[in-house]
Design a protein around this ligand. Structure first.
Ligand code: HEC
Length: 162
């Protein structure tokens, strides 16, 4: 009789523990992050020429025009971004220049694995100094960065632009 009671008690205990495990398991399953699926790969479409004309050139123009000296009817005057919005716009263009450089290295666009990569990285680095100068709201920084960026455009064109 005692043995049966004892067995019954063990049975109940095992049953309760079992439920506990099921609940814990369910909680675990809910809190676990869903399996990460690889994002669909974007489909590259732009040629180098289109990246240059569509992204690189217009954003370089914004960078160059943001700081400098312009001649007007009353002589020359210095121009520079005048408020947060204008500095943000210069920073946006610098970021777009960097990304246009990234595009030159992606999806098999790199013309070779040597000078093309070095020159593109130099262009990206120069554009990054422009982004930093925009973040720092440094007019002198933009002037310096603009000259650096311009030099990297020219270096690459001398070698690769047909
Ligand atoms: C790493 C190399 C590289 C860098 C850096 C580079 N370019 Fe180019 N660019 C090219 C090549 C290559 C072509 C020729 C593309 C073609 O004709 O297929 C070109 C062509 C162009 C063209 C002519 C597009 C057309 O319609 O024919 C413009 C404008 C241009 N680049 C602007 C710039 C400017 C501005 C910069 C710098 C801010 C720059 N590029 C930096 C490689 C580069």
């Amino acid at each position: 009789m005692r043995t049966i009671q004892w067995l019954f008690a063990v049975g109940v205990l095992l049953f309760v523990t079992g439920i506990g495990f099921v609940i814990a398991g369910a909680r675990e399953a809910r809190s676990a992050t869903p399996p990460v699926q690889a994002p669909p790969a974007g489909k590259p479409v732009a040629t180098i020429k289109q990246i240059m004309s569509g992204i690189t050139q217009p954003n370089a123009a914004i960078l160059y025009a943001s700081v400098g000296t312009v001649a007007g009817p009353e002589g020359t005057r210095d121009i520079s971004p005048q408020n947060d919005e204008e500095w943000t716009a210069v920073g946006n263009s610098a970021a777009a220049l960097i990304e246009s450089g990234n595009l030159l290295l992606m999806n098999g666009r790199a013309v070779d694995a040597d000078a093309w990569v070095t020159m593109t990285n130099a262009f990206i680095a120069a554009s990054a100094t422009a982004l930093k100068a925009a973040d720092d709201k440094s007019t002198d920084g933009i002037l310096l960065a603009g000259a650096k960026v311009y030099a990297t455009c020219e270096t690459c064109h001398e070698r690769y632009q047909r």
